[in-house]
Design a protein. Structure first.
Length: 410
């Protein structure tokens, strides 16, 4: 990597752009940290909750409807919430995941009955049954995972299942009677939970190329994996040795071995759980009834990142995409509602899209300067124009000094 030199003040002058103006602009961008919060509304009832979103900002979730206050799955796109309905013999449905094509998967069911069916909604309204299981996740290849019952000869067992092109495959367990799949990434890794032994607390697992691997815990006897990204990072909740339940992020190798365990901490109350992770490793979840964002090694209460006086209490964040949009559930003026957070303005010099300008951005800045195609390949969700520090429309050596200024704060 080429060395970076701090230039003299004259190097900061580009037309009418002065050093003081750049300092003010950087400070202003850093201060503009509020997310825009959007109430996604309902399908006519009182309640709604968002469970997933894709890179286009389309959202999936569940809402009450006027008729009988039944729950129905929804897809929200471009400001409109669409009722996805249910199978003809089912009054209720729930949506748990959405992929890049806008395909939504979930569950169609009758409350109190054991006739639930995994369903996939494609396009504007068609709903197809894909098996007698609960569909929890779908990747961009259309592969679906979830949980079915029973498995083998286990009377009360639940089994992780993988569905592709009409064929279902049971994934087995870690040794006990039960398992459940919660998420799948685009390279086919599946995560969830499984008993390591019969009638024992579950452990988080990752399933890779036909083999299920025990991911362990944070020192206690319990863990559940809720999401996995394409970089092999798995998030969920686990019990520590002291009995406290905390959100985690595990780094997992291609052989299913955990190479790093990170306890994400909490916001108070000695509890947290992680539900979603994006490609950059940013994590969302809940702690002490408050939605959180974990970035740069810090867990932040998302209620501190929305405009004051908004009427919102964000209680649970369930998913985050690579554009840093976040969805979940909260209370808006006292009503339980699905929310969408749109990210704050881009921060000049933030080349890895983590919301900060640190030494971790140096490599990305050099790539943007010397190899734009290489930058786009390594940081597909980031805007290369964040490297245009002097805002002249070009990324040149004239931006280096200002990048160093943003990096050092000097």
């Amino acid at each position: 990597m080429p060395s970076i030199q701090i230039f003299s003040d004259s190097a900061f002058l580009r037309g009418s752009v002065t050093r003081s103006a750049v300092v003010a602009a950087i400070a202003g961008a850093a201060a503009a940290s509020d997310f825009q919060v959007i109430d996604l509304g309902t399908l006519g009832g009182a309640l709604s909750s968002a469970t997933a979103l894709n890179e286009s900002g389309d959202v999936a979730g569940v809402s009450t409807v006027i008729v009988g206050e039944a729950l129905h799955a929804f897809r929200w796109s471009g400001g409109t919430m669409i009722d996805l309905g249910a199978l003809p013999n089912h009054p209720q449905s729930s949506a748990f995941a959405i992929n890049a094509a806008g395909d939504v998967v979930g569950l169609s069911y009758s409350l109190g009955e054991l006739d639930e069916a995994a369903v996939i909604w494609r396009g504007a309204g068609a709903v197809d049954s894909i098996g007698a299981f609960t569909a929890r996740s779908i990747n961009d290849l259309g592969i679906v995972v979830g949980v079915a019952r029973p498995i083998s000869n286990a009377i009360a067992g639940m089994g992780a299942v993988r569905w592709e092109n009409g064929a279902s495959q049971m994934l087995g367990t870690l040794g006990g009677d039960a398992s459940a799949a919660h998420a799948i990434n685009d390279v086919g890794w599946i995560v969830g939970q499984s008993e390591p032994q019969a009638a024992r607390p579950p452990h988080a697992f990752v399933w890779i190329n036909g083999a299920m691997h025990d991911l362990g815990t944070l020192g206690g006897d319990y863990s559940v994996a809720n999401d996995v990204n394409g970089a092999g990072q798995v998030v969920g909740v686990a019990r520590r040795a002291d009995g406290v339940m905390h959100a985690f992020r595990f780094e997992v190798s291609a052989s299913g071995v955990v190479t790093q365990r990170t306890d994400l901490g909490d916001l108070g109350g000695q509890y947290s759980a992680a539900y979603g992770i994006n490609r950059q490793g940013l994590v969302v979840g809940t702690s002490f009834d408050r939605a959180f964002l974990y970035q740069g090694g810090v867990m932040t209460n998302l209620n501190d990142r929305i405009p004051a006086g908004s009427g919102w209490v964000l209680t649970r964040a369930t998913a985050i995409n690579d554009r840093m949009q976040i969805v979940g559930e909260g209370r808006h003026n006292g009503s339980v509602r699905a929310f969408l957070l749109n990210p704050p303005p881009a921060l000049a010099g933030d080349m890895n899209c983590d919301g900060f300008v640190t030494v971790g951005d140096v490599g990305g800045f050099v790539l943007a300067l010397t190899d734009p195609a290489g930058y786009a390949a390594q940081y597909p969700a980031c805007d290369i124009q964040n490297a245009d520090m002097n805002q002249d429309g070009f990324i040149t050596v004239g931006d280096i000094g200002l990048f160093v200024l943003a990096l050092t704060g000097e």
